[in-house]
Structures are given as structure tokens and as C-alpha cells.
Design a protein around this ligand. Structure first.
Ligand SMILES: Cc1cc2nc3c(=O)[nH]c(=O)nc-3n(C[C@H](O)[C@H](O)[C@H](O)COP(=O)(O)OP(=O)(O)OC[C@H]3O[C@@H](n4cnc5c(N)ncnc54)[C@H](O)[C@@H]3O)c2cc1C
Length: 480
């Protein structure tokens, strides 16, 4: 970066000519010129770095893509806006690893990071006019809700242009008041979105999630012990938290190839096919990098605020997806308080929250969705935690709000992609892929880009591998 610009140089020179004797003035001027010359050299070098493959975003997708390039002996450079890697999986973000999320489990193993098994033991608590529904009462409600959703999905009611339902809210009048209560509480908390924003394509996943809860409730009602339940219904968490895995992955990468505090602001492509990327590095001028190929892992909720030049050749589908993909608003409060046993996994409408033991083994995590997640801040967190615990909390608490984080702008993509032109059962999923297809050597990765496990850490790491492998192959063919 240039430390002495032309205006300052002229000002100092003018001051020197007025205030100093001629002899000192000449020496001073010569010294200043040499210094300025080296600075101009430095500006040129820093401003036009010629790179090979550039990965944007150092979350799980970006770290995994970089690891893939490193393993394949392919040159890469990874740029991250913040001063730490990990993105939404860092600290308060992603935590639970499903038993069938084998790619991320494999990554943990490869990096020598231990996973701890956790029961998939989530009895729902739900209030009806201030009275809590018992688990036994909830079973028929859940069952009939799932049956109605399944019927609507299989008839194409949620997907086609002619379909009766365009979003979850359209089916609510056809559900009983109890079914409404339960489904509203569930989506607001789990997806961080009100029913109005649950688009057709998400309902398929929702049905599956409700089915998982039903299984657990049934097991509880049959008196199946937690031990038995854990044998077939379990999840994992990284011992010590996700930061452990993120740090292990970072350590495997070449230190010179990873760049923190580089916020992408603009990207374009020249007639020779070179990408021009402009980063905010905290200085007054943007830092320019030129690259032969790019993988962006930036969530669409953030990418829509970055200047993507016409020269990139993005299709209308890409641009529509970047502008419209919905993201939930979940937040977390981590307290040092011990969670009362009776509080396990509550799903309350006032406020919507789920509680679990923090991964460190100390304290309780309060998971929030809907407006509680969206508005969560330092001021609201303590009274909210106190209202949930029903007592004053004097110990420190940590607050995480991903909706307000400028480099996430939401918790996770809402497991689907709303695009009216793709509202067709056969096209909805294909549509997601089409919206994130590479354009020549410009690739998309991240938890929003795969058909399966959208919005989970699993899709983030899978997408990093898929994009990097695909790009490596295409790039080698091109350059050989
Ligand atoms: C509260 C919460 C709870 C969750 N719970 C779970 C869970 O239990 N299980 C699960 O599997 N998943 C969960 N997730 C989702 C999971 O965290 C994500 O799916 C995953 O971390 C996404 O990784 P990614 O690399 O695709 O995106 P990100 O992690 O968002 O990575 C993108 C990176 O790009 C960077 N970036 C953004 N803008 C720029 C820019 N302009 N220039 C340069 N860099 C930029 C960001 O700082 C970030 O590091 C949760 C998420 C949240 C928020």
C-alpha cells in the first residue's frame, strides 16, 4: 500500500522549499524522492498480485477446498474477510453432526480430532395457552401433521405452479389449531424463519425433521430407555467444540497461502479470462489480485452485497438465486448456568428456544430462532436467559447473532431455494444445482450449493471437495 501519496509528497516539498536552507532542501528532497520511489514500487507489487486459483471465504467450505488443492499439488490462495477462519461453524455456530454426515466425520478423524456421541434425544415441549402439552399428547398431533404434509408433498401441492401451496403458510388453514401451534413453534425455532418464509422446497426437509422428532417421542412414550435410543438415534459433536477442528484444518494449510482480513468487494473478468478481485484490507485503497480461477464460498446473503461484474457471465438463474435465497435468523446465548434436567430440549413458543449442555461440558447453550434470534444482542440476552431460567443470572454470558454478522447475514440457507421459475417437483432440486453451477472457471461452494444436506456443515465440506476436484480437473485440461 502506498504510504506517501502524490498530494502529501507535493505538500512536504513545498513546505521544505519555503522553510529550509537550499542545501538541506536538496538533500531532503533527494531522500524524499528515493523513499517515494520505493513506495510506488511497493504499491505496484501489492496491487497486482498474479495468482493461480483463489478461494474466497475461510469457512468450512473454503478450508476444505484449500485442503483439496494442497493435496492435489495445485497452487491456491485462500482469502478470508475476518481475522479468524471457521465462518459460521466458529464458536456459537454449527455444532451438531448427524450420524449420516460422514464427510465431516472423516475430516475430524483425518485431523486427529475426537467426536463425542450425543443422544438424539429431543423431546419437544410446547405450550398451549400457558399449559404444557405432554409428550404423549403431542404424538398424535405430530403424526397427523406429518401425514398432511406428506400428502400435500406427494401430490405436488407444494411444488408445481398449479400446486395449492406456495409456502408453508398456505397449508396452515388446513391444519388443526394444535398442529398449527406445533409446526409454527418448530419452524420458527429450528429454521429461524416464520411460516410465511418457509417456501415450498423446504417443506420436504421439514417433513423429515418432524419425523425424527416423532420417532424420539414414540420411543419415550414406549418407555424405551435413553441407552437403547442412543444405539440408533444419535448425533456427534466435536470434543472441545468446532474451533478445535477448524484450527486443525488451518494448521494443515500452507501459512503463506492463507490471508486473513481480506474482504472481497468487487470481482470482474477481463477479455483474456483473468479474474480481477478487489479486497478491502483496512487501507484507503482496495487491494487488487488477478487470478486464473476462483471458488467463492461466500453465503448468498452476503454475496448479494458484493459487486459481481457483468463480465463474469452469471446467468439470470445465478443472479436470481444470489438475490433471493432465504436464510434463517438463529442466535445462541451461552451461559455458565447448569441446565435443570427438566429443561432438556424445550420448544416453547414464548420465547422459542432449545436448551442443551454446552460442548465444553460447562454451562448451557440457549438456541433461539425467529425474532428472538434476529434481535438478539448484549442487552436482550440476559433478560431473555433469565426469563427462560426463571431466575436472576449473575454469571457471564456469551451472545452470538449470525443474522447481524455482516459476513453471514443469517444462520443457514433455509434448505431450499425459492425461485418461482423452478417451482416444479422435478426442477426444484435440479434448480438449486443450476443456480450454483460454475461459469467457466468461476465456481460456487458452501452449504447453500449442494442438493443434499443444504444448510449443514456436511454440505459445506462436501461442496468444498466437489468444487475443488472439478476445478482441478478442468484447469489441468485447460493448461496442459
Ligand atoms: C446458529 C447456527 C447453528 C448451526 N447449527 C448447525 C448444526 O448444529 N449442525 C450443522 O451441521 N450446521 C449447523 N449450522 C450451519 C453451519 O454452521 C454451516 O452450514 C457451515 O458452517 C457453513 O460453512 P460455509 O463454509 O459454507 O459458510 P461460512 O461458514 O459462512 O463461510 C463463509 C466464509 O466467508 C467469509 N466471507 C464472507 N464475506 C466475505 C467477503 N466479502 N470476503 C471474504 N470473505 C468473506 C466469512 O467470514 C466466512 O468465513 C449452524 C449455523 C448457525 C449460524
Amino acid at each position: 500500500m502506498r504510504y506517501i501519496n502524490r498530494a502529501i509528497f507535493v505538500k512536504i516539498k513545498a513546505y521544505a522549499s519555503l522553510k529550509m536552507p537550499r542545501f538541506i532542501n536538496i538533500i531532503f528532497f533527494l531522500f524524499l524522492s528515493i523513499f517515494a520511489f520505493f513506495e510506488v514500487e511497493k504499491t505496484w507489487a501489492a496491487g497486482l498480485d498474479e495468482l493461480d486459483i483463489v478461494v474466497i471465504g475461510g469457512g468450512l467450505a473454503g478450508l476444505t477446498a484449500s485442503r483439496e488443492f494442497q493435496r492435489n499439488g495445485q497452487t491456491y490462495d485462500l482469502f478470508e474477510a475476518l481475522d479468524a477462519f471457521g465462518g459460521r461453524a466458529r464458536e456459537g455456530g454449527g455444532e451438531w453432526i448427524e450420524s449420516d454426515h460422514v464427510t465431516i466425520q472423516g475430516l475430524a478423524k483425518e485431523h486427529g480430532v475426537s467426536l463425542q456421541t450425543e443422544p438424539y434425544d429431543k423431546p419437544i415441549r410446547c405450550n398451549r395457552n400457558g399449559t404444557e402439552l405432554s409428550q404423549v399428547e403431542m404424538i398424535p398431533i405430530l403424526k397427523s401433521t406429518i401425514t398432511k404434509l406428506s400428502a400435500a408433498v406427494s401430490k405436488g401441492g407444494f411444488c408445481t405452479d398449479e400446486g395449492k401451496y406456495k409456502s408453508l403458510i398456505d397449508i396452515l388453514p388446513d391444519l388443526t389449531s394444535d398442529e398449527n401451534l406445533l409446526i409454527r413453534a418448530f419452524v420458527t425455532l429450528d429454521l429461524g424463519l416464520p411460516p410465511e418464509e418457509i417456501q415450498a422446497s423446504i417443506v420436504v426437509d421439514l417433513k423429515k425433521d418432524l419425523g425424527d422428532f416423532l420417532t424420539v417421542l414414540r420411543c419415550h412414550s414406549w418407555g424405551v430407555s435413553s441407552w437403547v435410543l442412543n444405539q440408533f438415534a444419535y448425533q456427534y459433536r466435536v470434543k472441545g467444540g468446532m474451533n478445535t477442528l477448524i484450527e486443525a484444518m488451518r494448521k494443515q494449510l500452507d501459512e503463506e497461502k492463507i490471508h486473513l482480513n481480506h474482504e472481497l468487494k468487487r470481482i470482474s473478468k477481463d477479455e483474456k479470462g483473468k479474474f480481477h478481485l478487489f479486497f478491502n484490507t483496512g487501507n484507503s485503497e482496495l487491494y487488487e489480485v488477478r487470478a486464473n480461477a476462483v471458488i467463492t464460498t461466500i453465503p448468498f446473503s452476503v454475496l448479494r452485497h458484493i459487486e459481481l461484474d457483468e463480465s463474469l457471465g452469471l446467468t439470470d438463474l445465478h443472479r436470481n438465486a444470489i438475490q433471493t435465497l432465504t436464510y434463517g435468523a438463529n442466535g445462541k446465548i451461552q451461559t455458565l448456568e447448569t441446565m435443570p434436567e427438566s429443561f432438556r430440549y424445550q420448544l416453547n413458543t414464548q420465547p422459542p428456544s432449545t436448551l442443551w449442555n454446552s460442548v465444553s461440558g460447562k454451562g448451557t447453550t440457549i438456541f433461539l430462532g425467529g425474532s428472538e434470534g434476529e434481535n438478539l444482542d448484549e442487552n436482550s440476552a440476559r433478560p431473555l436467559a433469565e426469563s427462560i431460567f426463571g431466575r436472576t443470572i449473575d454469571t457471564p454470558i456469551d451472545v452470538y447473532n449470525w443474522f447481524k454478522n455482516p459476513f453471514a447475514r443469517g444462520s443457514y440457507p433455509a434448505r431450499g431455494l425459492y425461485n418461482p421459475s423452478l417451482d416444479d417437483p422435478s426442477k426444484v432440486l435440479k434448480g438449486l444445482r443450476a443456480c450454483t453451477e460454475p461459469v467457466d472457471l468461476f465456481y460456487f461452494a458452501g452449504d447453500h450449493t449442494l442438493l443434499e444436506n443444504v444448510g449443514y456443515m456436511e454440505s459445506a465440506v462436501q461442496s468444498g471437495i466437489v468444487a475443488a476436484q472439478d476445478l482441478c480437473e478442468k484447469y489441468r485440461l485447460r493448461t496442459s
